[in-house]
Design a binder for this molecule. Structure first.
Ligand SMILES: Cc1ncc(C[n+]2csc(CCOP(=O)(O)OP(=O)(O)O)c2C)c(N)n1
Length: 585
């Protein structure tokens, strides 16, 4: 019966993704070894004339054959094997390929990984390879939902690209099967192909006439040449540069968009660019919500980082090279409509900020303009950075935050470390109480100089967990004790930090309301070096902190977002899910 049966691609989605991406990346040659576990893959390939299949019983031989074929043709060759010890026999050939940088892609089929270690027949652990066999190894999921689909596409792209990246070499994909018996898929799914562009590759065209956004994650302070390269690029491509305080860019196209992005009842999608250029590392600005039809990542590490889930190209080169190339290509012109639209919206939001309750945000609003130019400003994780991101800093002030790992454990130490670099420069830190008490022993470090100024916002808990948008809001004040860690460290004692800091030689200032802040802030912000390091402790309370945040997040409302928000409040997130399902059906 099987003899005359017409079959197409397997219905296993993860196998379809691999096949679609092999095709998209122009890979054709396959050497298949016999087995059941790789059957859905092999039989699907056989149904597609794009692929040229060879058979080899012995996997050891198959891997060596792939070495010869890859070298002779100058293109990647796939080897496919089943479970049991089949993949172990790839080792000699992969070792050969490793030392000769041959693009051999070993796709080892397996039962779902959850079965590893449970005495399932033929299932072995392939999570570790000798260092000199493959340059990259991935395990793909069995695709059950959109998240798996994304994971699978990214990993398959990453594996295929590793065959030729920086010299290239052999690569491993562990591909699960569910032994699906239907081969009814006539058309492969549309998969997102990601391509890597090196300095010597052809560059894709960047269309003019649309809007180009540049998203800068945390980034070292940009040198003047890079800033002007970005500015020249933006001028010809109608660009805008979305930043937070850690972005290191202070050029003419800067947009501090956080205040717009945080609006809960305002749809920001009208500001999305056609293409988004992604540079820099992790951002601490959760509100810099920008997306685009396509994202192009530019970074000298050449890594695939799909923050926006729209990644199309990775430019494995310096940012200067990228921006200069496209500016040269552009044929000139001058266009800043996009920038002006974004800036106008930011300005409109600022104009709408009401009087705020006494809080980290109101303090940021009052003090941000007074940071002396030339100073460096460090922010604690996470709420301090958020609060201050709403307000611009004076030109010449650089800002940092430990957004690499987001630990509250080292914010003060990082500030002190930075301050050792230049004793004549002022180093400010804005730190929450949990982060401060966590890391306060560094204040006893004997190297601390008089160039350190610490603004401690003591709200008595991890305020982060007390905002209405936080999932802990579900529990109200019940979350205080064990989620927000309220009640430690002297419960906002007026003496504890004062005594500690003064005994260690700090000048201590404090404020518990607006008026008291007015009395002390000028001393704290004095641009001259003071005799001793200064610590200003400001006491706020959680209710007012929370109210201030709510006010900031509802500066502007559009009807659509407001309806969605009201519905969410009325029927909850679960209800929204049900509604979405119903309307889809
Ligand atoms: C080492 C470490 N532990 C826990 C966390 C989780 N966390 C993130 S923000 C935060 C609260 C910080 O509170 P605080 O420093 O007082 O700042 P606030 O939110 O009150 O402004 C915590 C515990 C973390 N980021 N790092």
């Amino acid at each position: 019966m099987g003899l005359n049966m017409t079959h197409y691609y397997t219905d296993e989605k993860q196998v379809q993704v691999v096949i679609a991406l092999l095709k998209a990346h122009g890979i054709r040659k396959i050497i298949a070894s016999p087995g059941t576990t790789n059957m859905t893959f092999v039989m699907s390939l056989k149904s597609d004339p794009h692929f040229k299949l060879f058979s080899a019983v012995d996997e050891r031989s198959a891997a060596y054959m792939a070495c010869g074929l890859a070298e002779e043709c100058g293109e990647p060759v796939v080897i496919s094997c089943t479970g049991a010890t089949a993949s172990r026999n790839y080792m000699p050939g992969l070792t050969e390929a490793h030392y000769r940088k041959l693009p051999v892609l070993a796709i080892t089929a397996t039962r779902p990984l959850s079965e590893v270690g449970h005495h399932t027949a033929q299932v072995i652990d392939r999570s570790v390879f000798p260092k000199d066999t493959v340059v990259h190894s991935v395990s793909l999921p069995v695709i059950k939902d959109a998240e798996d689909q994304w994971d699978c596409e990214i990993k398959a792209n990453r594996a295929i690209l590793a065959l030729t990246h920086r010299g290239g070499g052999p690569v491993h994909i562990n591909l699960p099967t569910t032994y699906c018996r239907s081969y009814d898929t006539k058309k492969l799914p549309e998969c997102r192909i990601i391509q890597r562009i090196g300095p010597d590759s052809g560059f894709p065209a960047l269309p003019k006439g649309g809007r180009v956004g540049i998203f800068v994650g945390s980034h070292a302070v940009m040198p003047a040449e890079l800033t002007s390269a970005i500015d020249r690029f933006c001028a010809v491509y109608n660009g805008a540069v979305f930043c937070d305080h850690t972005s290191g860019y202070r050029g003419a196209y800067r947009v501090a968009f956080s205040i717009v992005g945080c609006q809960q009842t305002f749809d920001t999608s009208g500001f999305y660019p056609d293409v988004l250029i992604h540079i820099g590392e992790i951002t601490g600005d959760y509100y810099l919500r920008v997306s685009a039809g396509q994202v192009w990542r530019v970074c000298e590490d050449g890594e695939i980082r799909d923050k926006f889930r729209k990644l199309r190209y990775v430019f494995d080169m310096s940012e200067r090279r990228f921006f200069d190339h496209y500016t040269r290509q552009s044929g000139g012109g001058q266009e800043d409509r996009y920038l002006q639209e974004c800036l106008a919206c930011v300005e409109r939001m600022h104009a709408k900020i009401p009087k705020l309750p006494f809080s980290n945000i109101s303090i940021a609003r009052r003090l941000a303009p007074h940071i002396p130019p030339g100073a460096v400003l460090h922010f604690g994780i996470l709420n301090s950075l958020r609060a201050w991101n709403f307000f611009e800093l004076p030109a010449g002030v650089a800002a940092m935050c430990n957004v690499g790992g987001f630990g509250i454990d080292g914010c003060v130490s990082s500030l002190i470390g930075a301050s050792l670099a230049d004793r004549n420069k002022l180093y400010f830190g804005v730190i929450g109480d949990l982060a401060f008490f966590y890391d306060m022993n560094v204040l006893g470090n004997r190297h601390i100089g008089n160039n350190v100024r610490i603004l401690l916002i003591n709200n008595g808990k991890g305020m982060e967990f007390g905002f209405s948008f936080h999932p802990a809001a579900l529990f109200g004040a019940e979350a205080d004790a064990f989620v927000a860690a309220k009640g430690h460290f002297g419960r906002q004692s007026r003496q504890l930090v004062k005594n500690f800091a003064e005994n260690l030689g700090f000048e201590y200032l404090s404020a518990a309301n607006e008026q008291e802040l007015e009395e002390v802030y000028e001393r704290f912000m004095t641009p001259e070096l003071t005799e001793r390091p200064v610590l200003l402790e400001v006491f706020t309370n959680d209710d007012e902190e929370s109210q201030a945040m709510d006010l900031m997040m509802s500066l502007e409302k559009d009807i659509k977002s407001e309806v969605v928000n009201l519905a969410r409040q009325a029927i909850g997130a679960k209800g929204i899910k049900v509604l979405k399902k119903l309307t889809k059906g």
